[in-house]
Design a protein around this ligand. Structure first.
Ligand code: FCB
Length: 459
């Protein structure tokens, strides 16, 4: 591997999200979000965990900025909680909410860390959900108003904006499988929720451009290769559909300006109500972005199963791969595959890996150290594949580890620990794991240490 491929300006970072770390759900006049509501419905989240306190970052932002500084990251990707800015989704702006993020942003800049702000990482104001959430086109307009307030206040200081995080999860896991907030089970609603999110993205990009702000704007998708579990014609066909369902359904509107035809037809045949596309929608959605953010965790293996309406497949277990505690197979090659494929098929001007990481359950040992070699190995092997993708011409500009510290992992509660920093659930004390010190070396050496480790492994 030639890690020199990580250019000098390569952005090394970590990512978090507001609801997963902040807590302080009633502080500063914050309004209720769909995740507050959902996580308090018994049985929806493992162990009935919720984010009321989470990592208490709302009250410990300074300490967390110090951690980031010690980690040596060039960039911190975090999200802004919409209900902190507009407690009711629209209408009255909360100055307290703005001030919280202002202090965080100023603290980061003082520490020499570039803020990468995600505008929507799943915590929709509950008030908007009551009005139809992402199935209501008005939500896109409200999103744009909310973005306008942030652009106005933080434009110039924040130079990297991500409109949406993983709109596929929001649409389909939120509205079709119902495993995440708002927890609905309506496939047609999920399709509309994807369209309205894409509209919201387009409106925010257009507004950003019209304000002439310095910096860049893009969107983050969760992408992963979808492969047939076994090479039967049915499974091969289902894998193409799986790719259409999860990857192309977002990539094509954003980069081609239309929904994938095969999927549109398939859903039509399944009697699904397709989203209403109004004149101008697709042009709005296809506006050029400055970068694409990709979150990668694993490859999905597909098994044809026409009993699963309306998608006609399910995800199978391949065996043979090591598994994380989340039961995600560890397949670094998939990262390279998706990077090269997206580059070849859609040519985004620039790509960031905006999330990649692994959940393992390590706890401090007798000496108070957290020896998370499996996490180091995960990040190491994925970075090797990222470097190979760069060699193949992928314009990869940065890599962000998911995540800074053990946090609230949505419907799995606190069970999955992805952090470079361990968080004691009782005291909330932060303990740097071995991976924290290792990643710091990666950053310090701009990736060169990956090669040294490799040689060391070979010896
Ligand atoms: C992604 C989410 C992120 C985190 C990781 C593990 O889907 O964007 O918030 O929970 O999964």
């Amino acid at each position: 591997m030639n890690t020199k491929k990580f250019c000098d300006s390569f952005v090394w970072g970590v990512t978090t999200a507001s609801y997963q770390i902040e807590g302080g759900v009633k502080d500063g006049g914050r309004g209720e979000s769909i995740w507050d509501r959902f996580s308090h419905i018994p049985g929806r989240v493992l162990h009935d965990d919720h984010g009321d306190i989470a990592c208490d970052s709302y009250h410990r932002a300074e300490e967390d900025v110090r951690l980031l500084k010690e980690l040596g990251v060039k960039a911190y990707r975090f999200s802004i909680a919409w209900p902190r800015i507009f407690p009711g989704g629209y209408g009255q702006v909360s100055e307290d909410g703005l001030r919280y993020y202002e202090e965080l942003i100023d603290g980061l800049l003082e520490a020499g860390i570039e803020p990468y702000v995600t505008l929507y990482h799943w915590d929709l104001p509950q008030k908007l959900q009551d009005e139809g959430g992402w199935t209501n086109r008005k939500t896109a307009e409200y999103f744009c108003d909310y973005c306008g307030v942030l652009f106005e206040r933080f434009g110039g200081r924040v130079r990297h904006w991500i409109t949406l995080n993983e709109p596929w999860v929001v649409a389909f896991v939120g509205n079709y499988t119902g495993k995440m907030a708002p927890g609905l089970r309506d496939f047609s609603a999920a399709l509309t929720a994807s369209h309205v999110q894409l509209l919201a993205h387009g409106m925010a990009v257009r507004l950003f451009r019209s304000m002439g702000l310095d910096g860049e704007i893009g969107v983050t998708l969760n992408l992963s290769p979808k492969e047939a579990l076994t090479d039967t014609p049915e499974n091969l066909e289902a894998a193409v559909r799986h790719d259409g369902y999860a990857n192309r359904w977002f990539l094509e509107p954003l980069f081609v300006g239309s929904y994938p035809e095969d999927m549109w037809e398939w859903y039509g045949r399944q009697q699904v109500v397709l989203p209403e596309i109004c004149p101008g929608d697709m042009e709005l959605i296809r506006q050029p972005v400055d970068f694409l953010g990709i979150n990668y965790y694993n490859i999905d293996y597909t098994v044809s199963d026409l009993s699963v309406w309306p998608i006609g497949f399910r995800t199978g277990f391949s065996g043979g791969n090591p598994m994380t505690h989340y039961q995600m197979p560890v397949i670094p090659e998939g990262l390279k595959k998706i990077l090269v494929r997206v580059h070849n098929d859609y040519h985004p001007p620039k790509i960031y890996i905006t999330e990649n990481g692994a959940s393992y359950q390590e706890h401090p040992d007798r000496n108070g150290q957290v020896q998370d070699d499996a996490r180091i190995d995960y990040v190491h092997t994925h970075l090797q594949k990222a470097a190979e993708a760069v060699e193949e011409g992928v314009p990869l500009a940065g890599y962000f580890v998911w995540t800074l510290m053990d946090d609230f992992e949505w419907n799995t509660g606190y069970e999955n620990q992805f952090g470079l920093v361990y968080v004691d659930r009782k005291t909330l004390a932060r303990t740097k794991k071995k991976s924290f010190f290792w990643y710091r070396q990666v950053i310090d050496s701009n990736g060169a240490v990956l090669e040294e480790n490799e040689e060391h492994d070979r010896r």
